[in-house]
Design a binder for this molecule. Structure first.
Ligand code: PMP
Length: 305
């Protein structure tokens, strides 16, 4: 179960965790009209820092814009609010969940006359994709949303009904996670993770055109790969590339960098974390854990005693 903290930020004020409630007739409950973020705050030897906070808040603002949802706060104000709520709760490391949604107002599908509410919660949260020795995953029988149905670049609550179908099917069939194909049958992403694979000495990932979220862990890994001199190719990838690749891994705020041990029970490489994944995994965790300089300014400091 979710571990409660003391305060949740709501429309500019800190309120008690238990008071952060909404009416059952709120628009979002019926029609999935929310946009949200998932962010991690890591502990470093000299304090704590939120990973890619401005970019997450910009993505929230972008998601709201796509859905014509007027946010009464700028990305900068929301970033300050995230720091405030973490400092008020004094819990690090933690996961942060900002959410904006259409609240109590009208009950028709049209959201334009229901008020926009913004909340930010933070709480402790550990490993997300099961499997310490790598994840055993499957290709889902569910596709990711086709373009022009639900916009994949918006991190909207409703998208996660598709993710839930993918994740439930995977779990029921004994897999840690499912990977969806896009409408054209190319690899897309996991239910909550972007996908990378390695063949030879080339790192591949699916481009934004294949119905994926513009993941901030994805973009961080792309930056680290360039720094490490690894050749990166962003192109549409057929499913069977996952069967013949040498390495594969997921990226995501929750999943961080999780290597895949098998896909559809076909072993990826020898099943262990391969050399390129290991390099990227280490470079990522060295920065977030404060063991290497934060050369890209990925961490926003928070003051927690
Ligand atoms: N794809 C989906 C569908 C997701 O939900 C997430 C998690 N936000 C990601 C990819 C990874 O994005 P990020 O690295 O920004 O967490």
């Amino acid at each position: 179960a979710i571990q409660a903290t003391d305060h949740i930020w709501h429309n500019g004020e800190l309120i008690p965790w238990d008071k952060a409630q909404i009416h059952v007739m709120s628009h979002v409950v019926h029609y999935g009209s929310s946009v949200f973020e998932g962010i991690r705050c890591y502990s470093q030897p000299n304090g704590a820092g939120v990973f890619r906070l401005p970019e997450h808040m910009q993505r929230l603002v972008d998601s709201a814009k796509i859905y014509r949802m007027p946010l009464p706060y700028t990305a900068e104000e929301l970033a300050t609010a995230v720091v405030d709520v973490i400092e008020a709760n004094g819990v690090t490391p933690c996961y942060i969940r900002p959410i904006a949604f259409r609240g109590y107002g009208e009950i028709g599908v049209n959201p334009l006359r229901s008020p926009v509410e913004v909340y930010i919660a933070n709480f402790p949260w550990g490993k997300y994709v099961p499997g310490n020795e790598g994840a055993d995953v499957c290709i889902s029988s569910w596709n990711r949303m086709a373009p022009n149905t639900l916009p994949a670049l918006a991190k909207a609550g409703a998208n996660y009904m598709n993710s839930q179908l993918i994740r439930m099917e995977a779990e029921i069939n004994g897999y840690a996670e499912g990977i969806a194909l896009d409408v054209n049958g190319y690899l897309s992403e996991g239910s909550g993770e972007n996908l990378f694979l390695v063949r030879g000495d080339v790192l591949y990932t699916t481009p934004l055109a294949n119905s994926v979220l513009n993941g901030l862990t994805r973009s961080s890994i792309l930056q680290l790969a360039k720094q490490l001199g690894i050749t990166v190719v962003e192109q549409a990838l057929p499913r069977e590339m996952l069967y013949i690749c040498d390495e594969a891994f997921f990226t995501g705020t929750a999943a961080e960098v999780t290597h895949l041990r098998s896909v559809d029970r076909i072993m990826v490489g020898d099943g262990t974390m391969g050399p390129i994944t290991t390099k990227l995994h280490k470079a990522f965790f060295d920065i977030v854990n404060g063991l290497a300089p934060d050369r890209y300014n990925w961490l926003t400091p928070v003051n927690v005693k």
